[in-house]
Write a protein that binds this ligand. Structure first.
Ligand SMILES: [Zn+2]
Length: 122
């Protein structure tokens, strides 16, 4: 299994992660024709500096939302216990971008928390 992400989106996500640092940022990913194309940033206040918190009841109903993204201010792009719990509830694909926010520090996970290969689409 592979996840396809548009290069422009990936670059924008890295930019967001850098600009939110040392806080985390969180967003919802929209997919079109099998490629992640767009991010909806989750407004501040839904998450803090310690852990990302998505309130599932506040999420917009949008069929094109097929995943999430959040940053880790640490150099470890691995899901926390809370992340894993959230992934299993939300479904889809989840990106974690760790410090220093480069292509090498992005990882994608499925609902089970298993790593999924990322394919960058130009
Ligand atoms: Zn996390």
């Amino acid at each position: 299994m592979k996840v396809k992400i548009r290069r422009e989106l990936l670059d924008y996500l890295l930019e967001l992660a850098r600009s939110f640092y040392p806080n985390e940022f969180a967003g919802l990913l929209r997919e079109k024709d099998g490629v992640f194309e767009e991010v909806l940033i989750v407004p501040k206040g839904y998450f803090g500096s310690k852990s990302v918190y998505f309130d599932l009841t506040l999420l917009p109903h949008d069929e094109s939302i097929k995943g999430t993204v959040h940053s880790h201010p640490s150099p470890f792009p691995f899901p926390s216990k809370g992340d894993l719990h959230f992934f299993s509830k939300f479904g889809g694909i989840h990106l974690i971008i760790a410090f220093p926010f480069t292509y090498e520090s992005i990882k994608a996970y499925n609902t089970e928390g298993e790593e999924v290969e990322i394919e960058v689409v130009d």
